[in-house]
Design a protein around this ligand. Structure first.
Ligand code: JCK
Length: 262
């Protein structure tokens, strides 16, 4: 899988050089590049933001640097970009995720990349989405900051790729980097060859709608607390039954919304 990230804080993603994802990059399972949005500016201050039309607090990210970054990453030629200028402006009322005007197949018939913009206004990310996105060949993450990105960037991206606005959850972050990191980790661990033992991906919270069972390791007694005897019994059928019961009980207690209607 090819992953491109655009951010004004590229060093934020240095952590992706270590651990499982770092190994996956070293062995070529994941090809990840991080792009500094300011490399697509040409003024002395490398400006990426400006005041919002219509007024309001804060600043909005300018479209020009984003357009150049997306052109480079998506392989959009100058001619194609100029063609877009001739096109009717996107319907301002259409949601930024309209598939109807998304480029669903490239000129050579290949599936174009999926461009993900983390946004509080996006579909909420979950394990089902992670599993779906783990099948993509090329993901591009556009990390906004300030009060967000000029809407025309999303509309432009949709003319050349598939675009999704995705939210990490119902709270407000300061930008898209944390969400991008979380999504890359959740998606990356589902890619074959990233996690050493694929069996460890089953029976996880949210994998099959139930939360995970409690885990224990040596010593069998610790500060007066014992490991549940069934786990020391060697009776694999009993262990499997106990673990399932624990998953149902924990889900019923912590996340009853995940349980199927009775
Ligand atoms: N994923 C995800 C996210 C994000 C997220 C993702 C990307 C960006 C880019 C900038 N911000 C900060 C921001 C965004 C909007 C507002 C609201 N304003 C009102 C009037 C115009 C906007 C204010 C701050 C971001 C936040 N927050 N929470 C999630 N789950």
């Amino acid at each position: 899988m090819k992953i491109d990230i655009v951010s004004i804080f590229p060093t934020f993603f240095d952590v992706l050089d270590i651990s499982l994802l770092g190994k996956a990059r070293q062995n070529g399972v994941i090809n990840l590049d991080v792009h500094d949005l300011r490399d697509f500016t040409f003024d002395r201050h490398r400006t990426v933001d400006d005041t919002p039309y219509g007024g309001g607090a804060g600043m909005v990210m300018k479209p020009e640097p984003w357009g150049l970054a997306l052109d480079e990453i998506l392989g959009i030629t100058e001619g194609q970009a100029q063609d877009d200028q001739a096109k009717k402006p996107a319907d301002q009322d259409a949601p930024a995720q309209t598939d109807a005007d998304a480029a669903t197949t490239a000129a050579d018939g290949s599936i174009p990349p999926l461009v993900i913009f983390p946004s509080p206004a996006g579909d909420v990310f979950n394990q089902a989405m992670a599993k779906e996105l783990a099948h993509e060949d090329h993901l591009v993450f556009g990390c906004g900051r300030y009060e967000g990105i000029d809407q025309r960037v999303f509309d432009y991206a949709e003319q050349h790729a598939r675009v999704r606005l995705v939210s990490l959850g119902d709270y407000v972050l300061n930008g898209g980097e944390v969400a991008t990191m979380a999504m890359i980790e959740a998606i990356g661990r589902l890619i074959p060859g990233v996690v050493g033992n694929p069996e460890s991906l089953t029976e996880e919270s949210h994998e099959d709608g139930l939360l995970e069972y409690p885990s224990y390791t040596k010593p069998s007694t610790w500060r007066g607390q014992e490991v549940p005897p069934v786990l020391l019994s060697g009776n694999h059928g009993a262990i499997e039954k106990w673990r399932y019961e624990q998953r149902v009980e924990r889900t019923r207690r912590v996340r009853p919304d995940l349980l199927p209607p009775e």
